[in-house]
Design a protein. Structure first.
Length: 443
């Protein structure tokens, strides 16, 4: 059995080495190599375009961190060293590896380049147009069947109705700034800024201005995981629909750390109105809120907003909603999902007799195990909530018969975000303790 306590201790040493600069340098250097390989070898043209711009951004960020490390080693008192300089390097990296590629690809697409966006961008924009014209973002079974075979996949909208809002600007006018990725980026940045501001205003939390540098750097590490980590930067630059969902979930957890269950429920409910990936986070957050006798208050927003988003689509065309939200994800649509990353669930589903049934059974078993733990030992802190969400989504992604490598951005960001939610002076969040230690009774 893996000693998670010892593993956590090793991670803490790596994270805090040279005041966090050693890991910063490693992150930007490895990311530069990843972007360079993507630029030269990817078969997806939007990915190659991202890599060409992002490589330079990561290299420059790595050089900036190397300068900070040199100043630290020589004990030079300069504004180029310290937590503020690390934030500046992260901001520069995000600008050059995400914001610049998003704008560049949107402008190139607006001028006629059809190879500057992934399919999900087109799907979201078409959903916005249908929402504006027909009151529902979904096409029904017959309408999708009438499309040419090569276009039927793009006829499906496997998102919650709220995602179509990002396509409304393109429905109004065709310009670079109406590209859905521009609006994904704006909402992501706003949600993350609100999360950091919430933690900054929370007494005793790990904030950028905290008296404990190790706790202050935890917020920076969490923001890096959701922004400049290559899987996030690449996803937002070329497709992007997952990033506002992730950012709203991180905001919900930050509000939980500030002991605001009602607002946390609204934030995760907004994420759930965009994509189903937020629903497991909503369930765990409501369990956390229940330990504070605020479960109903959190649940109103967490589940009320997604239900309100579903109602118009349900009333306009119930069959279209079922076709897109149930039949297609379950493999019963006119075409199958292209999400075929070689994780265990997909390998089991494709290699074994009745493999899809076996993979589904394993997924259900993992869900039942987590549900039992939530019922008997619900999380009592925001950090524990983030850990359960992160490991739970990791298990789901690995076991789903159809999944994407890019979905790993959810568990990675949630797990790295957990230390930022811990109160100053509290022990570092540990997954084993979260699941094996009985909580003390409330006074």
């Amino acid at each position: 059995m893996v000693d998670t306590g010892r593993s956590s201790g090793r991670w803490t040493k790596i994270d805090r080495a040279a005041g966090g600069l050693a890991l910063d340098l490693g992150l930007y250097a490895v990311a530069a190599a990843f972007a360079g390989v993507t630029a030269t070898t990817s078969t997806l043209l939007p990915h190659r375009a991202w890599g060409a711009l992002a490589t330079a951004g990561y290299v420059l960020a790595a050089l900036a961190v190397a300068g900070q490390l040199l100043a630290r080693r020589r004990r030079i008192d300069t504004p180029l060293a310290g937590l503020g300089a690390r934030w500046a390097a992260a901001g520069f990296a995000w600008t050059t590896t995400t914001l610049l590629p998003v704008v560049a690809q949107s402008v190139q697409r607006a001028t006629g380049r059809t190879d500057r966006a992934q399919e999900e961008v087109v799907v979201v924009e078409q959903a916005g147009t249908r929402l504006a014209e027909h009151g529902t973002p979904y096409l029904g079974h017959d309408a999708i069947a009438a499309l040419p075979p090569a276009e039927q996949l793009l006829g499906y909208t496997p998102y919650q109705p709220g995602m179509a809002l990002f396509g409304l600007p393109r429905a109004a006018t065709d310009a670079w700034w109406t590209d859905a990725r521009i609006w994904f980026t704006l909402v992501t940045a706003a949600a993350l800024a609100a999360a950091v501001a919430t933690l900054r205003a929370t007494p005793g939390s790990a904030t950028p201005g905290s008296a404990t540098p190790a706790r202050g750097s935890a917020v920076l590490r969490g923001v890096q995981a959701a922004t400049v980590l290559p899987v996030c930067a690449l996803t937002l630059s070329t497709g992007g629909d997952d990033l506002p969902v992730l950012a709203l979930c991180l905001l919900a957890l930050a509000l939980a750390a500030a002991d605001r269950p009602g607002r946390a429920g609204l934030a995760v409910g907004a994420a759930g109105a965009l994509k189903l990936f937020a629903w497991p986070v909503a369930i765990v957050l409501v369990c956390w809120a229940a330990t504070r006798r605020a479960g109903v208050r959190a649940a109103v927003g967490a589940f009320g907003l997604p239900v309100l988003a579903l109602l118009p689509a349900l009333l306009v065309d119930r069959d279209a909603l079922v076709e897109n939200e149930l039949r297609f994800p379950l493999g019963h649509g006119l075409v199958t999902s292209p999400a075929q990353s070689p994780f265990p669930g997909h390998l089991i589903a494709t290699a074994l007799p009745a493999g899809r049934v076996v993979a589904a059974a394993l997924l259900v078993a993992a869900g039942v195990a987590i549900a039992v733990r939530l019922l008997h030992r619900p999380p009592r802190t925001a950090a524990a909530t983030a850990l359960i969400c992160g490991y739970g989504l990791l298990a789901a992604i690995l076991l789903m018969p159809s999944t994407r490598f890019g979905y790993l951005l959810y568990p990675i960001a949630l797990l790295v975000w957990a230390p930022a939610l811990a109160k100053a002076g509290a022990p570092r969040p540990d997954f084993r303790a979260t699941f094996t230690t009985r909580p003390a009774a409330r006074a």
